[in-house]
Design a protein around this ligand. Structure first.
Ligand code: SAH
Length: 246
């Protein structure tokens, strides 16, 4: 018995060495295919887990979506840093933590219909697309709507539809929605969005001054009226279009 065990030990060692080598090569292969894999891991660990992002699925998705492909190549090295980044036309992609937090708060379940107002780069829409089978997103700036739509298609996010238009009016053809996320600052809640929200649905919106800061506000539509939760101070680029004329 003792002899047989001795014979197996070197073989076991060799197997371990080979397995270790293969796993190292696999890691090296993945990192050469995705040079920002390590930066993304660090972002999830320090900026999200290190704060109050506790939803395992949100952490997993934030660790999956290649944020560096949603900004111009010269900003790719900053894509996982703890701040917003310019995406052209004076607009910004939110800091990763804010994207994760808003996704965690909206808590989208499989099969739910989601509408985003303010497509920007398409990053938030891509993140949301992992939680359900259809996401609709509206962007008022034509060039951003076109580039985000193209980017999402190229990256394989086929369950996200982007429309160029004023998100104030929502997307009535696909209403009612279970969840609506507004990613531009608004001084009031556009009534069409409330109308297009299902009973029991949630709307998340940075509400307040469009030039200074806002309060991230969650509204839940109930039969007894709207439940309003004021969550935290945020700074978003202003919503434009109809809202400014109201
Ligand atoms: N969610 C985006 C970032 C949003 S920045 C991302 O993940 O990259 C806010 C965006 O809202 C800008 O692109 C801006 O053009 C857009 N926006 C402003 N007013 C709008 C409106 N009325 N309807 C739709 N989009 C609007």
């Amino acid at each position: 018995m003792a002899k047989r065990k001795q014979l197996h030990l070197p073989i076991l060692g060799l197997v371990c060495v080979i397995a270790g080598f293969l796993s190292l090569s696999y890691t090296a292969f993945c990192e050469s295919a995705d040079p920002y894999a390590a930066a993304r891991k660090r972002m999830v660990l320090h900026q999200l887990k290190g704060r109050d992002i506790t939803d395992a699925r949100v952490l997993q998705v934030m660790g999956t979506v290649r944020r560096h492909l949603f900004v111009s190549p010269h900003l790719a090295s900053q894509a996982y840093a703890d701040h917003p980044l310019p995406i052209g036309e004076g607009q910004t992609i939110s800091q990763p933590y804010i994207v994760a937090l808003m996704t965690q708060i909206l808590n989208v379940k499989p099969g739910e219909k989601v509408l985003e107002i303010g497509t920007g780069s398409g990053y938030q829409a891509a993140v949301l697309s992992y939680f359900t089978d259809r996401v609709w997103s509206i962007e008022i700036r034509k060039s951003l709507a076109e580039s985000a739509s193209k980017r999402l298609k190229t990256l394989g996010y086929h369950n996200v539809s982007v429309k160029h238009g004023d998100g104030y009016f929502g997307w009535p053809e696909h209403a009612p929605f279970d969840a609506i996320m507004v990613t531009a600052a608004a001084n009031h809640i556009p009534p069409p969005l409330m109308k297009q929200l299902k009973m029991g649905g949630r709307l998340l919106i940075p509400l307040g001054s469009t030039t200074y800061y806002q309060t991230l506000t969650k509204i839940t539509k109930t039969k007894k009226g709207n439940e309003v939760e004021h969550l935290l101070g945020v700074v978003f680029v202003p919503m434009i279009g109809k809202i400014t004329r109201e």
